[in-house]
Design a protein around this ligand. Structure first.
Ligand code: SAM
Length: 285
């Protein structure tokens, strides 16, 4: 399908690379070239991306501390029918980054807002971590102070989902120490460091092993995503019947497709799963 032409008066939330400059979509590139203005968290930083791609669109700043006044101005520009792309230093705007307030104001004013999706560290980390990812929780940055951090981690004692945090490199060892204390040395976790960059690293193992690994070097460097796996006793084995029920509840797929998925999950013949789905229907009345 051909991408739409860019529409006047639209705010585009454009995802930009989280490390590797090649991770900019064709559509993102076109929109950044076609809009009237790019609002960037740090114009000096974003100018490098623009120079790399030969984007000559004017840049203006939009960051946490000028969101209020700059938001007004951007709203006026959009209301006049000009289009604006919002970008941040890396990844998807409004995800632990400025953007949400401007989007809300545009929506309240009836101005069009469009997503131009692409990289986001939370999704990139989850996709490569090897932790359960069918559902997850994203908590943004872990608190910097130990007492608050420990409280946030304590809340995960019975958490059935993988929980994803952003963390600063100089706090990683302390955070892992707190995970050991609050969630036990055996809690499975992953640390994704420098995703898409030259020194990309993915560590997966117990909290104790992670602490030992990241305490080896005096100073952990780079950008970090910390993923805490589900509490072990919250993930009981699902039965075939429970899986059938879950697929029916959560999707609009026809029974044929559900049977196929569940058969694959349990490595069973489709006929067997189909028979059990009929039984289930009977018992449900
Ligand atoms: N909006 C961004 C997104 O969608 O990913 C996140 C912005 S947040 C201010 C920046 C944090 O994201 C970093 O401190 C780090 O925790 C994480 N991050 C960004 N790039 C990363 C990378 N290449 N590898 C690992 N973590 C990264």
């Amino acid at each position: 399908m051909k991408a739409e032409e860019h529409r006047p008066g639209t705010l585009y939330l454009v995802a930009t690379p989280i490390g590797n400059l090649e991770d900019l979509t064709f559509r993102a590139l076109r929109i950044l070239q076609e809009v009237d203005l790019i609002a960037a968290e740090d114009t000096r930083y974003s100018r490098k991306l623009c120079n790399h791609y030969g984007i000559r669109t004017p840049l203006t700043s939009y960051f946490a501390h000028n969101e209020q006044e700059k938001g007004e101005r951007l709203l006026q520009i959009l209301a006049e029918g000009r289009s604006v792309a919002l970008i941040t230093d890396a990844g998807t705007p409004a995800i632990s980054d400025p953007g949400y307030l401007l989007v809300r104001r545009c929506r309240d004013a009836g101005l069009p807002v469009a997503a131009v999706p692409g990289p986001s560290a939370v999704i990139a980390a989850l996709s490569v971590a090897g932790l359960p990812s069918e559902r997850f929780a994203f908590e943004g940055f872990l608190p910097a102070k130990s007492a608050a951090r420990r409280k946030a981690l304590r809340a995960l004692q019975g958490e059935p989902r993988t929980t994803v945090f952003y963390e600063a490199p100089h706090r990683l060892a302390a955070a892992l120490g707190d995970v050991v204390v609050e969630l036990g040395p055996q809690r499975e976790l992953a640390v994704a460091r420098e995703l898409t960059k030259v020194h990309e690293e993915l560590f997966r193992g117990s909290a104790a092993a992670a602490l030992a690994h990241f305490s080896q070097t005096e100073r952990v460097k780079g950008e970090i995503v910390l993923l805490i796996g589900p509490a072990a006793d919250t993930a009981p084995e699902e039965t075939v019947e429970e899986a059938l029920h879950r697929w029916r509840r959560d999707t609009d797929l026809p029974m044929r497709a559900i049977v196929k998925e569940v058969a694959r999950q349990f490595n069973l013949p489709g006929s067997e799963v189909y028979r059990r789905s009929l039984q289930l229907k009977e018992t449900e009345g």
